[in-house]
Design a protein around this ligand. Structure first.
Ligand code: DGY
Length: 326
């Protein structure tokens, strides 16, 4: 019997890739940069499965170009805003993601960004390398305190909760904004306005949806404290970057750390690079070796389950399994 055909849009860690290689006829995009839309459209016709990265737009064009044999799209990420899930669902195509395994690594990095921005670690390092370290100074590179400060967490899912666990250890007061979250000991559920007004640190842990796009806009910044530190490890589009620039430039807030941007990569002529009170990282919050291996395993298992007509272990559109679907 012939093996199912799959297109994998980048080399993923071997743990997952080997599982797929054993079972499938694989077309692997083995380059450092992602396939363009044109290249995607060339590679998908006739495939039974696609394993995509968050940088690949698996939109209606790509899904239709794949054709009737496409059974599964397995995203190597927990976020799936790069996939047109609606079209996939209408066509009965399963979509998978990789939740859970990246929770701790992502929260570690969000916390690291929060501390680095709050205590000006990157600026301090640049200061030393630029030969500006002349003496110990009472007001050199002053930052903000964590103990007793208030952390506002927007989105209290797995990663938001992992942030709260870390913040508890630092003696922080924790506010959360998440209309779906159940009350929990140690955190205070508030509305967004209260969170903006009372938080010394704000960390974003929500998916990108039409409702969350530019949630952090001029109105949000106008309510934040002057000592506020904003951290984004979710998706760049959640913050209006023009307003972020103004807020940091005018010291409306103290600092920010972003691991994600709009677009990615951030063009080198972006005005954001002028700002000393902004740390910009290249979307690496989940980038620990074991996390990326575990993501590869989950993505491979989702792909193989979909190809075999089984329910994906981590399915984004479970409605396709309902009896009356299609
Ligand atoms: C995700 O999984 O959605 C992250 O952004 C990258 O690991």
């Amino acid at each position: 019997m012939s093996k199912p055909k799959v297109f994998i849009t980048r080399r993923i860690p071997e743990a997952g890739l080997n599982l797929i290689m054993l079972e499938c006829d694989v077309d692997l995009w083995d380059k450092d940069l992602p396939p363009t839309k044109e290249e995607l459209l060339k590679h998908v016709p006739g495939v039974n499965g696609i394993l995509s990265l968050l940088s690949d737009p698996i939109d209606a064009d790509v899904i239709h170009a794949a054709g009737d044999n496409l059974k599964v799209i397995s995203n190597y990420a927990v976020g799936f805003n790069n996939i047109d899930v609606r079209t996939a669902t209408q066509l009965g195509i399963a979509v998978g993601n990789t939740p859970g395994v990246l929770t701790e690594a992502t929260a570690d990095f969000a916390f690291a960004l929060m501390m680095s921005a709050g205590r000006r670690v990157v600026e301090a390092e640049k200061h030393v390398r630029a030969g500006q370290w002349k003496t110990w100074g009472p007001s050199t590179l002053l930052g903000v305190d964590f103990a007793g400060a208030t952390l506002g967490i927007i989105g209290f899912g797995r990663i938001g909760k992992a942030m709260a666990r870390r913040a508890t250890g630092f003696g922080m007061r924790i506010l959360i904004y998440d209309p779906t979250a159940k009350p929990m000991t140690g955190v205070i559920k508030v509305d967004l306005e209260t969170l903006y007004r009372e938080s010394d640190f704000i960390s974003l842990h929500i998916p990108l949806t039409p409702e969350t796009r530019h949630l952090i806009n001029a109105d949000a910044f106008s309510k934040m404290k002057p000592n506020a530190v904003l951290v984004n490890t979710a998706r760049g589009e959640i913050i209006d970057q023009t307003v972020l620039y103004d807020a940091l430039k005018s010291h409306k807030i103290f600092a920010a750390g972003i691991d994600v941007s709009e677009p990615e990569p951030l063009p080198m002529d972006s005005p954001l690079f002028e700002l000393e009170n902004l740390i910009i990282c290249p979307h690496i919050a989940s980038a620990s070796t074991s996390t990326r291996e575990n993501m590869a395993l989950i993505a491979a298992r989702n792909l193989l389950a979909g190809l075999q007509g089984h329910r994906l272990p981590h399915v984004v559109n479970p409605e396709i399994y309902q009896k009356d679907h299609l």
